[in-house]
Ligand binder design. Structure first.
Ligand code: HAM
Length: 430
């Protein structure tokens, strides 16, 4: 039988590397708490139409990359349904916002999530078919201030703080505004007209996009097309007065807070729900997949999927890419080696295994980290195994069990001590 392997584009995460993943997640949770975000967990699969209506039928994500299947009805009362593994989490959060009528509280909701997402992309460094995102959304009725440019600036300032606290240096915040839905529609027509003459010289994808969704031409990565794209009209020239004012207020707040950014008028992002502010944090160390995170405002998304008016802004960072970036930086060549256990219990004979488990239970419940040996090991093997994982070894033989006095050897000092069982937990406590 051929050996089974993890599916292409998916991977196992093993210790000690998972310690780094946990450290990043803990740092993110701590920062989110300081900014008053609460955690939301949405299902990993949703009705396919949720993504078609939010991310957009024309996008690469929906048209090529989703894991979609027809879920059979199990009973007469059920209907067959097209389901999709979530390719991103914003749509699920907004669906939950609508479903639980969060808008009726009249409050601003600040929600974060950490979890796997799925896209059938071509796997390469920093790009997987199952990948992890840490993301957050700020959403609420306009009366709660959800449209305020201050919210955009606050989210960006939080991201700068989080990356700094994680020790990620050398990031660039790229910033743009794609304007309101009307601005975008107007810009699409300006682009369509400008592309008529040049599209025939561009790649096949661009030739198609020039007709179906001209905005998507700006996502093209084909090197030969770049000079043509650079000479196309800029979206910033199609913004109306309100959109311009909103964007100016975002940049003014960032300037006041001292968060550096670079304007990039080509940053339209690969999802259709964006309005006004869009952004990405990039990092040179990542190679072709250089976006550590991306996000933006989505003022019309709730209404597009049948909800009330609920402007919002959010982002998602690629956890896989954060890990790659930190591993590449010198400080994290060796992701947190696991700290040595407080003690290793070595039962001298298989008949002592039950008593060893009882002793381990007592010590672990007292808060100590304990590795449990096996009575089938010879003493030499117990010492070798213990030395690799723990700071001390506790010998449990018949004599020790009867007398209640245990022998503890400290590997660092070589000192051997006799300790009464009642005092053992205190003796081992660091
Ligand atoms: P996105 O730009 O599609 O946005 O993804 C956000 C981040 O997820 C990317 O910058 C990247 O770090 C990571 N990512 C995406 N695809 C992959 C992949 N195949 N492998 C590894 N990492 C990947 C969104 O998903 C939006 N929902 C963000 C958002 C939230 N906008 C508003 N709120």
């Amino acid at each position: 039988m051929p050996t089974l392997k993890a599916v292409r584009g998916t991977r196992d995460l093993l210790p000690p590397e998972t310690a780094l993943w946990n450290r990043i997640e803990a740092a993110a949770r701590a920062v989110f708490a300081r900014y008053n975000f609460g955690e939301i967990r949405t299902p990993i699969f949703e009705d396919t139409s949720l993504f078609a209506r939010s991310v957009g039928e024309d996008t690469d994500i929906v048209s090529k990359e989703m894991y979609t299947w027809e879920d059979r009805a199990r009973a007469q009362s059920e209907r067959a349904q097209s389901l999709t593994l979530r390719p991103e989490n914003t749509a699920g959060v907004v669906r939950a916002y609508i479903e639980h009528k969060l808008g009726e509280t009249g409050q601003l909701h600040k929600l974060y999530y950490i979890g796997p997402q799925f896209r059938r992309e071509r796997p390469q460094k920093g790009r997987y078919r199952q990948f992890w995102q840490i993301g957050a959304e700020v959403i609420g009725p306009p009366s709660a201030g959800s449209e305020s440019p201050l919210r955009d600036a606050e989210v960006l300032e939080m991201l700068a703080t989080l990356l700094d606290e994680l020790g990620i240096t050398g990031w660039t915040l790229e910033l743009n505004s794609v304007g309101s839905a009307a601005d975008r529609a107007r810009y699409n027509e300006v682009l369509r007209a400008a592309l008529v003459n040049v599209a025939p010289k561009m790649c096949a994808d661009c030739q198609r996009r020039a007709v179906t969704n001209p905005l998507r031409v700006l996502d093209c990565k084909v090197p030969e097309d770049q000079p043509i794209i650079d000479s196309l009209p800029k979206i910033t020239d199609s913004l109306d007065e309100d959109s311009k004012k909103h964007f100016a207020a975002v940049t003014a707040a960032l300037d006041a807070a001292g968060v550096p950014y670079a304007l990039n008028s080509r940053l339209v992002r690969g999802l259709d729900y964006y309005t006004r502010t869009t952004f990405e944090f990039t990092h040179g160390g990542l190679g072709a997949q250089n976006a550590l995170l991306g996000g933006g405002r989505y003022d019309g998304l709730s209404e597009a999927i049948g909800g009330p008016k609920a402007p919002g802004i959010g982002f998602a960072m690629g956890l896989d890419r954060l890990v790659l970036t930190l591993q590449a930086s010198e400080a994290d060549q060796n992701p947190d080696p696991r700290p040595a256990m407080d003690a290793y219990i070595a039962p001298l004979g298989e008949n002592l295994n039950p008593a060893a488990l009882k002793l381990a239970r007592e010590l672990r419940r007292a808060g100590l980290s304990i590795e449990l040996g096996d009575g089938s090991f010879r003493l030499k093997k117990s010492f070798e195994t213990a030395d690799r994982v723990a700071r001390r070894i506790v010998i449990l033989g018949e004599d020790e069990l009867q007398s209640g006095i245990l022998t503890v050897k400290d590997f660092a000092t070589g000192i051997q001590t006799k300790v009464p069982r009642a005092e053992l937990a205190a003796f081992l406590t660091p």
